[in-house]
Design a protein around this ligand. Structure first.
Ligand SMILES: NC(=O)c1ccc[n+]([C@@H]2O[C@H](COP(=O)([O-])OP(=O)(O)OC[C@H]3O[C@@H](n4cnc5c(N)ncnc54)[C@H](OP(=O)(O)O)[C@@H]3O)[C@@H](O)[C@H]2O)c1
Length: 297
């Protein structure tokens, strides 16, 4: 991983342990100053800060209960006060409590939605306000990465409220990408089953890993490297079946601003516009037409 050119600061939530810690370390390795958020795991957070600081210099830890809106709204200003500027937020912290269609209640749903969805949206909103106040209309001056879950595309009814909260976050991810552009890029990263938890035996975890098409699932390193890529790249790598056209690619970049989810939805629409109009070249007009159907449909 190449190092970021000037010191930039990223807030990683839930960074004391597990995936959040690996993401924090990968970003520190790339030169980012890391604000390590935690709730209960203070000792682990201090260790993550020390390990990140050894890689990139200034790093610090910040506590906040993400289920408490006042605490969430106070978090980014505390990080800004410490570092001067913040350029990115990785929403990795998550509440992951078991419920099912039978045990579902408003209370457990609200707990998951507050922490896993509401907090991520408020932090994106706060980063957007901060970047606008700092650099005005400058495009892509900040980035938000939301940790989703591949379970959304491979649904089962387990962890009912957790899954609902991630489904809402996935929808919010697309809406935020549209609403907070051009100043922010908003990207979703959806890990498969990567780390086990106390709710899953090691044996069952290994069995589930082995069921993946490659015989293994993603590792914490894979997830951290993906988040690093999402944060570091200013634009996605674009490929389309009809070949490359610089003007068309520029139009796609302008419309999607690096939002991979939007790209996924845009490409099928481009195919439909080509087919309906019996065209075989992706032009600026084709992309604009595809984008307008996407946004109004
Ligand atoms: N692990 C996987 O295999 C996997 C698979 C798919 C998706 N994901 C997603 O990837 C992200 C990271 O996964 P993970 O397994 O590392 O997460 P995790 O261990 O379940 O949770 C990470 C941290 O979230 C924090 N947290 C929970 N509730 C909180 C609250 N109310 N306020 C503030 N912090 C709170 C906790 O911090 P403290 O310990 O400091 O309290 C916890 O250490 C999550 O968003 C998860 O949904 C993970």
């Amino acid at each position: 991983m190449s190092r970021a050119t000037a010191p930039r600061t990223v807030l990683v939530t839930g960074a004391a342990k597990r995936l959040g810690r690996e993401i924090a370390l990968a970003l520190a390795q790339a030169g980012w100053q890391v604000a390590v958020h935690y709730r209960d795991s203070k000792a682990d957070a201090i260790k993550t800060v020390a390990d990140c600081a050894a890689l990139s210099g200034a790093c610090a830890h910040f506590d906040a209960d993400l289920g408490d809106e006042v605490a969430v709204r106070g978090l980014l200003p505390r990080v800004i006060e410490r570092f001067g500027q913040v350029h990115a937020v990785v929403n990795s912290a998550a509440l992951f409590e078991h419920d099912s269609a039978a045990s579902f209640s408003f209370e457990i749903m609200a707990k998951h939605l507050r922490c896993n969805t509401g907090a991520a949206i408020v932090l994106a909103q706060a980063l957007h306000q901060h970047r606008v106040a700092t650099t005005g209309e400058a495009p892509a001056s900040g980035v938000v990465v939301n940790l989703l879950d591949q379970k959304l595309w491979n649904q089962n009814p387990d962890f009912f409220s957790y899954t609902l909260s991630k489904a809402a976050l996935e929808a919010a991810n697309t809406m935020l990408a549209l609403a907070l552009a051009p100043q922010l890029r908003v990207v979703g990263v959806a890990p498969g089953l990567t780390l086990t938890s106390h709710l899953l035996s090691d044996e069952k975890f290994q069995q589930l890993h082995a069921l993946s098409p490659l015989g293994r699932s993603s590792t914490a390193d894979d997830v951290a490297a993906t988040v690093w890529h999402a944060i570091s790249t200013d634009r996605p790598t674009l490929r389309h079946p009809a070949g490359r056209d610089a003007q068309a690619i520029a139009a796609i970049e302008r419309i999607t601003r690096g939002n991979f989810r939007l790209l996924e939805r845009l490409f099928p629409q481009i195919g439909r516009v080509l087919k309906i109009n019996q065209l075989d070249t992706i032009t600026d007009d084709v992309i604009e037409a595809a984008a307008s159907t996407l946004i109004t449909s």
